[in-house]
Design a protein around this ligand. Sequence first.
Ligand code: NAD
Length: 297
Amino acid sequence: MSARIIDGKEFAARLRARVAATTAELKSAHGITPGLAVVLVGEDPASAVYVKSKGKAAHEDGLRAYDIRHPATLSQEALLAQIRDLNADASVHGILVQMPLPSQIDPQAIIAAIDPLKDVDGFHPLNAGRLMSGEYGVSHGLVACTPLGCMMLLKDVLGDLTGKDAVVIGRSNIVGKPIAQLLLQESCTVTIAHSRTRDLAALCARADILVAAVGRAEMVRGSWIKPGATIIDVGINRIEVDGKNKLVGDVAYAEAAEIAGAITPVPGGVGPMTIACLLRNTVVAAALQAGLNPPAI
Ligand code: NAD
């Protein structure tokens, strides 16, 4: 194995230490305790685990966490009313509605109802547009947490990304598209691949930076990878090995690690960065709402 392993767990711990320090400073200098409301509709076990870990992490870093749960039968109107209440609540600086939502609720209507200044997921159309226009980026504004975490890792590993060929596999609004925007802001030459892309292997072979955000276990083979490339594996896939559940990414890790220059493991790569960036966004949101200069964290 030759690739450097990009330790997202360790980087996330350092980021969270900065979040905790900034939170303490906001409290002591301005009397503000950043507040994060996490709303869960229904009892999906995976979502419940995510919500619990987000609340726990917020507490640990000194933020105030509001854990709001609703039955799966909740109407869209009732959820919109909840969002309006949270928008009006001055102690809540960040609102996260856990996806996926039950089928009677339109996720776009919910995302659009969140106050853009409290949109710590960065999914509101206004914030997505601010990212597109360059007003928001890796070091400023409210940018979607997983893409932001990926970029922090990439900048930490590579420093200046100017001129690098980057291939992003996946075009979702929550991962693929925002990562592509952030890479473009860093002056990479960006290609977005997706389910209809032809000859994906040949495209990947050109990539100095390869980001996989697909949701297909070990789809990207070692033979696709340019020697020395930096690989960011966003995928989280549950597979069964010898009767036991195992988490793997979208990249065939053992093969890829022989060829790549640096690679994120799954688990322990991008995953821990997502929660750390959510807390970072909540602290930034609290500062923005108070009219303060956003902290550089
Ligand atoms: P999605 O299903 O919304 O999007 C998947 C994308 O992959 C689509 O754009 C599709 O065009 C593309 N795709 C599908 N099959 C393909 C193929 N054969 N070749 C090329 N492209 C193909 O998924 P998402 O929400 O963007 O998430 C992607 C993965 O990232 C999932 O495994 C998800 O669990 C994971 N994820 C991880 C984190 C984290 O914190 N680490 C956060 C969000 C998502």
